[in-house]
Write a protein that binds this ligand. Structure first.
Ligand code: NAP
Length: 248
């Protein structure tokens, strides 16, 4: 297991689902973790309590990361509490599905702001400190639909494809300072986000997954933990797909 002792991690959207699993895994490997949330204060405090109960350090910070000023305040809170940010995981995300013909402008804007602009904002706030310390790890949680597309998700697919371009561009910008920027593209993972899918659709999707199961949030957390480890120091600008073989 990689050792993240002395590292400080910020995980956006860490109150539930994949972000929660990432926060717990990074803490288990020794990192102090800032558990960002937007609306789920109680759930975020439970993540903090679980980390502290296991002897780790954590802090819950409320911030709507779709807003630049709040994203900046989140990074500032991490720096104030723990002195620095070594690891940034841009995980916060949402869906507002619908066919293009019926999709409202607000459905487009909120998904793009929450899933894509948030990563730009958090990176903008965190990267200065990483450049000064000449080290850093950024992981953006994209999606297989950012690669393959998905009917009914023009907004979500565009935001996730945008994250992949963003990841590669930033990776090139900061590589000379030994900062790596990578993306993880989950397939179908069992969380609140996929809980609304009908049993019929779930069964249909399952047939398309070679490993014949939905992923668990921990499957994504292990991939992130690898990418932020010392062992992954020569990997940057990559998209690691974790999807049971779905889109290979
Ligand atoms: P989830 O269970 O719905 O959890 C979403 C998390 O994001 C929550 O912690 C939520 O916090 C937070 N969040 C949403 N909007 C936010 C905002 N404006 N500011 C701060 N936090 C915000 O989703 P999930 O399934 O874990 O997904 C996590 C990431 O993985 C997303 O980027 C998603 O697109 C991606 N992904 C998921 C799947 C999947 O199958 N589940 C597949 C591919 C990619 P609050 O509850 O506090 O608001």
């Amino acid at each position: 297991m990689s050792n993240l002792a002395e590292r400080v991690a910020v995980v956006t959207g860490a109150s539930r689902g994949i972000g929660r699993a990432i926060a717990l895994e990074l803490a288990r490997r020794g990192a102090a973790v800032v558990v960002n949330y937007n609306a789920s204060a109680e759930a975020a405090e439970q993540v903090v309590a679980a980390i502290q109960g296991a002897g780790g350090s954590a802090l819950a910070v409320q911030a709507d990361v779709s807003d630049l000023a709040q994203a900046e305040a989140l990074i500032k809170a991490a720096q104030t509490q723990f002195g620095k940010v070594d690891i940034l995981v841009n995980n916060a995300g949402m869906t507002r599905d619908g066919l293009l013909m019926s999709m409202k402008e607000t459905d487009w804007d909120s998904v793009l702001d929450t899933n894509l602009k948030s990563a730009w904002s958090c990176c903008k706030a965190a990267v200065r400190g990483m450049i000064k310390q000449r080290s850093g790890r950024i992981v953006n949680i994209t999606s297989v639909v950012g690669i393959s597309g998905q009917a009914g998700q023009t907004n979500y697919s565009a935001s996730k494809a945008g994250l992949i371009g963003f990841t590669k561009a930033l990776a090139r910008e900061v590589a000379s300072r030994q900062i790596t920027v990578n993306a993880v593209a989950p397939g179908f993972i069992t969380t609140d986000m996929t809980a609304s899918l009908s049993a019929e659709l779930m069964a249909e999707l399952n047939k398309r997954i070679p490993l014949a199961r939905y992923g668990a949030p921990e499957d994504i957390a292990y991939a992130v933990a690898f990418l932020v480890s010392d062992e992954a120091s020569y990997i940057t600008g990559q998209v690691l797909t974790v999807d049971g073989g779905l889109i290979m």
